[in-house]
Design a protein around this ligand. Sequence first.
Ligand code: SAM
Length: 244
Amino acid sequence: MEYLFETADRNYEDFASGRVLYNARGTTAFPVRLASEIAQLCIGVLESRGASGPYSVYDPCCGGAYLLTVIGLLHGGRMNRIYASDSNPDVLGIAGKNLSLLTSEGLGGRRAELNKLIELYGKLSHRDAVASADRLGGLLAGSSIESVETFAADITRPGQVQELCRDLNLVITDLPYGDIASWTGDSADPVNDLFELAYERMEPSRSVLAIIADKSRKLKHDKFKRLQSARIGKRVFGIFEPIR
Ligand SMILES: C[S@@+](CC[C@H](N)C(=O)[O-])C[C@H]1O[C@@H](n2cnc3c(N)ncnc32)[C@H](O)[C@@H]1O
């Protein structure tokens, strides 16, 4: 895949899982460069439709919210409301902690936690993490994020998704990959359920859906037009807009 925005493979160590961002057990960190590229592709589509933002953003399979936190840190100046949900309540604690890093209070709390660890163990890795937290704090200066909501919801049961999670501009998610996380619920077609949920909750004319999945997954739905898709390593992603 050719990168249009993240053209240089920068050093993303400040975002490393377990450094400042928290690591959710059993999950792998989403590649930062790819996350940023997809977010910017989506923002480009929204701008071309006349929506300049700030945007409301939802990840309905958020896991530890690593993906959402990374794009919130890098592109928080284009966002105001962030929603995150997952059917597994066990990951929501980490999701909430990661998303708290999108506020200066939350990041300050993490910095204090890391300083405590330096006092206790004097490790270089904790000092490096504090330096990363300071640089991430610099990114927050331009953020327009006003609210973050995290809740439990199974996307195959749309009634579980909070009512205020509506008029979304960007729905972005990476689907369970099987070996890392599996679909919960007994739906025969959870990907279809996800498209249906997104269709119902997205702002009608100025919204995009970005889905990242295992490369074997066919991503399509008759209520959505596919604007872009690409394969990258073991993943595939598609960017869609609702047909009204
Ligand atoms: C690949 S992980 C997402 C990782 C996440 N993007 C991150 O950055 O931490 C997929 C997630 O989908 C969740 N999931 C599985 N079935 C679901 C369902 N029916 N409704 C909502 N979430 C579901 C899993 O619990 C898992 O956390």
